[in-house]
Design a binder for this molecule. Structure first.
Ligand code: SF4
Length: 353
């Protein structure tokens, strides 16, 4: 029986996709691609990757950019803390490593927002260092081939998979081993309907032999989803509208949105207009309610947002609000959550009236 990594390498040579970040094993490109691919599929992620490295071609350009611009280029990918962390890590590389990407695992994992998986991927792919990079694809492949039922989200499971992956690692070529194993999980041993009939591991795969493919990898926790109720105020005053910056340690920190009233439950139209916060915002001000949209559902990884947009025209031109006054045409200069972007696109074809 050939060694695991030999079978894997042959499969990779025959099946590897031609992806832009693989053209050169530049640590910056590896880093950007790994962070983007943690939250999106390759087909969508490729466009984001190309856009990101076109605007920020290296660590220096990323470090010197304003945060708003980084978030704007990231807009739509979600998990905005990852973009903020990349920005901070780029500045860390400029300050602590003279702008040169660190070339040891310890120094890479010390960078902001880089965990053991990303550090192992960069260290092995860009610098040829012997660290196994274990992402969701790798957990799936190893759990199936070796029939491991230990939950992958337990500390015991993490340790067990790490030991196994590092034992299997091809020390002569850790870069190819890591990339090939991830690619194998992405293309061949997929979460649903893996292509077992043409799999080079079929005769040694325990999950296949015992008909347990759908049960692996095992997880111990059910992720709970929190419901939240967002009532956005699209306020028009003369030719302006208002945006506020999200500053709390919550989803979408440092992104911009319409002023928001968050309620503990779904509100009817009457309840919105008689809501205490709503009344205190518009106390003594003449307003016209132009429309209230039906509820829109926006799903995030652990949250389900129930969203309504209330369009309001202010009749007193001199009234001031504590938010940022912008011309509708200038909204596109601000990083906004996809939810707001979708509303603007769907409502007005990329422009507010
Ligand atoms: S036989 Fe099927 S389940 Fe096993 S490794 Fe191959 S594709 Fe995955």
């Amino acid at each position: 029986m050939p060694k695991f990594h030999k079978i894997l390498t042959v499969w990779y040579q025959q099946n590897a996709r031609d992806l832009p970040w693989r053209a050169k094993n530049d640590p910056y490109f590896v880093w950007v691609s790994e962070i983007i691919l943690q939250q999106t599929r390759v087909d969508q992620g490729t466009a984001y990757f190309l856009r990101f490295v076109e605007r920020f071609p290296d660590v220096k350009s990323l470090a010197s950019a304003p945060e708003n611009e980084v978030l704007k280029v990231w807009q739509g990918l979600g998990y905005y803390s990852r973009a903020r962390n990349m920005h901070a890590a780029a500045r860390q590389i400029m300050n602590e490593f003279n702008g040169l990407f660190p070339d040891t695992y310890i120094n890479i994992v010390h960078l902001k927002g880089i965990g053991s998986y990303t550090a192992a991927a960069i260290a092995s792919i860009a610098f040829g260092l012997p660290y196994a990079a274990i992402d969701g694809n790798v957990y799936r492949v190893l759990s199936r081939v070796f029939g491991i039922v230990t939950p992958i989200d337990s500390s015991k499971g993490k340790k067990e998979f790490s030991v196994l992956a590092n034992q299997l690692l091809d020390l002569q070529n850790p870069a190819i081993f890591n990339v090939a194993l991830m690619e194998f999980g992405a293309l061949q041993c997929t979460p649903r309907n893996p292509d077992c009939s043409r799999c080079p591991f079929q005769d040694q795969c325990l999950a296949f032999a015992h008909n347990e493919i759908a049960k692996l990898p095992a997880k111990s926790k059910q992720t709970s989803v929190k419901n939240r109720f967002f009532n956005y105020l699209l306020i028009r005053q003369s030719k302006f509208i208002y945006l506020e910056k999200r500053l709390e340690n919550d989803i979408w920190r440092n992104l911009y949105q319409f002023p928001l009233i968050e309620s503990p439950k779904a509100l009817t139209n009457v309840e919105i207009l008689t809501n205490e916060e709503f009344r205190s915002i518009f106390k003594g001000i003449k307003i016209v309610i132009d429309s209230i949209t039906p509820e829109i559902i926006h799903v995030l990884t652990h949250q389900k947002l129930h969203v309504r947009f209330i369009e309001i025209t202010i009749l007193n031109p001199e009234t001031s609000f504590p938010w940022i006054r912008v011309l509708p045409d200038d909204v596109h200069e601000y990083p906004v959550p996809k939810l707001i972007d979708n509303f603007l696109l769907g409502n007005t074809g990329n422009k507010l009236p």
